[in-house]
Design a protein. Sequence first.
Length: 160
Amino acid sequence: MLKKVILVLVVLFILLQFFQIDKSNPFSELSNDFFQIQNTPKELSATIEEACYDCHSYKTEFPWYTSVQPIAWWINHHINEGRDELNFSDWGNYSSDKKKKLSEECSEKIIQGKMPLSSYTYMHNIRIKDPKQRQLLANYFSSLQFNTVRQEQEQEQEYE
């Protein structure tokens, strides 16, 4: 009986491998990318790209284990959710209010340790594990909130 159960599970696992996820990244205008718009310090740019861009942009790099089902489905779900919440590739398409809100949320979630997801940091050796780097990144996103408000005020003055 146990052999039959194992055989069925193995066959099921093999069949699942025929249902792969789409690993292509959608096209996006480079001019809308976060780094094209924000003047991010080089060290922080590397950290943001390393810790955030796989799930929050159209620059996802799919690791080898995204070829194994059902793991790939789970990861793909996280990527789609991440892009729906915040997509750095579409940063230029966001309103000032949305940029301010997203910057605030980024800062809060980084400080609280909610982002990046622990499952992501477990599988990737990224610098954001360092508390000092986490604080620097949170401070940077906090500063974006105020820069967005200042940019809005400057634009209003130009129109007066």
